[in-house]
Design a protein around this ligand. Structure first.
Ligand code: SAH
Ligand code: CA
Length: 238
């Protein structure tokens, strides 16, 4: 619990822009436009000891934009927690859109579920309580799924990001988009190893490795955006 609070503080310090500038963006452009159900979900989550894990609303706003731009209908989410990014996806895709949402832990999903139900978008969600890798592997066994997804959001265990990426490169259609969260890992990617707080070290190593691999991956166009804790947007080229 304490660790998580510390992490949130470090993440805030790691922002590339100043705290004042970040607050300005939130107050001017993000908060006034945040849909009511998302605000409510954020409020409910605020009481959770791991609240810092929820998607930052400014990153969420960009994700909503991307979902609309690719006209996303068939989507995947890896790492649901209480459902902020899941609800924003469900609110954005059309009535007949689908989200395969994977998380190890159903209990946290259930915290946000009443808000999702009241928003009338639960029918778009296929929640799977499981390790994400085997679920993605299973999806790939069905030929119909190959190259069929418009959009994916990955926000789970950082050590597996590259494994998720390899599978998503098969599941996404050409032109499809995958967004990876926390790719600045509390700003630690730019800290020397010896100055990195212990709590960030293992995630820092995984993130550095992942960012390097992604930068060298010709299959995708990328944009590494310093919103929230850093997100990387990838568009499958071939
Ligand atoms: N996107 C969420 C935050 C996700 S936090 C939001 O907007 O609020 C990370 C989540 O990843 C946690 O709920 C954790 O249970 C899940 N997770 C971690 N490792 C996982 C794995 N191997 N497979 C599936 N889910 C995993
Ligand atoms: Ca996250």
């Amino acid at each position: 619990m304490e660790n998580n609070k510390k992490f949130a503080e470090l993440a805030a310090k790691g922002l590339l822009q100043s705290e004042e500038l970040y607050r300005y963006v939130l107050e001017t452009s993000v908060n006034p436009r945040e849909p009511e159900p998302l605000k409510e979900l954020r409020d409910i989550t605020a009481g959770h000891p791991m609240a810092g894990m929820g998607t930052a609303p400014d990153a969420g706003q960009l994700m909503t934009m991307l979902l609309k731009l690719v006209d996303a209908k068939k989507t995947i989410e890896v790492g649901v927690f209480t459902g902020y990014s899941l609800l924003l996806t469900a609110l954005t895709i059309p009535e007949d859109g689908k989200i395969i949402a994977i998380d190890l832990n159903r209990d946290s999903y259930e915290i946000g579920l009443p808000v999702i139900k009241r928003a009338g978008v639960e029918h778009k969600i296929d929640f799977r309580e499981a390790e994400a890798l085997p679920v993605l592997d299973q999806l790939l066994k069905d030929n119909e799924n190959e190259g069929s997804f418009d959009y994916a959001f990955v926000d789970a265990d950082k050590v597996n990001y590259w494994n998720y990426h390899e599978m998503l490169m098969k599941l996404l259609k050409v032109g499809g988009v995958v967004v990876y969260d926390n790719t600045l890992w509390g700003g630690s990617v730019a800290m020397p190893e010896e100055q990195t707080p212990e709590i960030l070290k293992s995630g820092r190593r995984a993130t550095l490795e992942f960012n390097k691999l992604l930068a060298g991956d010709a299959r995708v166009q990328i944009s590494h955006v310093p919103l929230g804790d850093g997100i990387t947007v990838c568009r499958r080229i071939y």
